[in-house]
Design a protein around this ligand. Structure first.
Ligand SMILES: C[S@@+](CC[C@H](N)C(=O)[O-])C[C@H]1O[C@@H](n2cnc3c(N)ncnc32)[C@H](O)[C@@H]1O
Length: 230
C-alpha cells in the first residue's frame, strides 16, 4: 500500500463524523480568511473530502478542488455537483489550467506526503498558475522535531474542546494498529524547517514569504504565505 492507496480507501484519520465535520469546518474558515476578494479564483490542492467547501465557494468567484484519490473525487462530485462555483479536478487538470489564472492556492496538510521532487514540481506549477500578486498558502507543514505523540496530544485537546474525546481515545488505539501507522513508519512524512521550506518557496519564484497562523487545530505545525511578484 502507498499513501495514494491509503487516501483512496476508508482511512481512520478521523475518529468520528463529528471530528471530520469540525475539522473541515475549521479548514474552510481558515481558507476563507486568505481569500482576497469575492471574485477570487481559488485552488484548494489536496483538498481531501472538503466537507465545508460550500463555505469556501460562497466566499470566492470560483473554487477548484484538486484531489489525487479518485474515490475521494467521486464523493466530492456527489456532494458538490450542485455547487455552481466549485469544480472538482484531478492533479493533471490543474496542469491544464491557464497560466496566471488563479488568485489563491492553498494546500493544507499536503506537502508531508510529497517527496522533494514532487514538492519542487508542485511549487513550480502553482507559481505558473497564479496571477502576478496572487498568493500561495502552505499549511500544516510538519517541523522535523514533531512526532506522532505531539499529534496525538493535539488531537486530544481538539477532541476535548469539540466534545468527541471518547471517540478520539478509541480512534488513537485504532490508528496505532492501522495502515496509517505502518505507512508513517515505512515511508515517513516529509518534514521541513521554517528556513528550509522558505528557501524552497523562494527558489520557485515567490516573494514576501511569511509565517502565518496554522490552519486547523495543531499550532505546533507551521503555515507560510507567499506572493507571486507583481
Ligand atoms: C491529509 S489529507 C488533507 C486533506 C485536506 N487538505 C485537509 O485539510 O483536511 C491529504 C490529501 O491530499 C491528497 N493528495 C496527496 N497527494 C496529492 C497530490 N499530489 N495532488 C493532489 N492531492 C493529493 C490525498 O489524497 C489526501 O486526500
Amino acid at each position: 500500500m502507498s499513501w495514494r492507496d491509503f487516501w483512496n480507501g476508508d482511512n481512520p484519520i478521523y475518529v468520528s463524523p463529528r471530528h471530520k465535520a469540525l475539522h473541515y469546518r475549521q479548514i474552510a474558515k481558515d481558507i476563507v480568511g486568505h481569500i482576497p476578494a469575492p471574485d477570487a479564483v481559488v485552488l484548494d490542492h489536496g483538498c481531501g473530502e472538503a466537507l465545508s467547501a460550500d463555505h469556501v465557494a460562497a466566499a470566492c468567484g470560483k473554487l477548484y478542488l484538486c484531489e489525487a484519490a479518485p474515490n475521494v473525487r467521486d464523493r466530492l462530485r456527489a456532494m458538490f455537483g450542485q455547487l455552481g462555483k466549485g469544480v472538482v479536478v484531478a492533479p493533471e487538470e490543474v496542469e491544464a489550467l491557464s497560466e496566471g489564472s488563479l488568485d489563491l492556492v492553498v494546500a493544507n496538510s499536503l506537502i508531508q506526503y510529497l517527496k522533494p521532487d514532487e514538492l519542487t514540481a508542485l511549487l513550480g506549477l502553482w507559481r505558473a498558475k497564479l496571477k502576478p500578486g496572487g498568493h500561495l498558502v502552505l499549511a500544516d507543514v510538519i517541523p522535523p522535531d514533531l512526532g506522532p505523540l505531539s499529534d496525538a496530544s493535539q488531537l486530544l485537546g481538539f477532541a476535548w474542546r469539540g466534545g468527541f474525546l471518547k471517540a478520539a481515545l478509541a480512534g488513537l488505539v485504532r490508528t496505532a494498529f492501522s495502515d496509517y501507522r505502518k505507512l508513517r513508519a515505512q515511508y515517513g512524512l516529509s518534514t521541513h524547517t521554517a528556513e528550509g521550506i522558505t528557501a524552497l518557496i523562494a527558489q520557485a519564484g515567490f516573494e514576501r514569504i511569511e509565517r502565518v497562523p496554522n490552519f486547523g487545530h495543531n499550532p505546533q505545525r507551521m503555515a507560510f504565505r507567499a506572493r507571486v511578484p507583481l
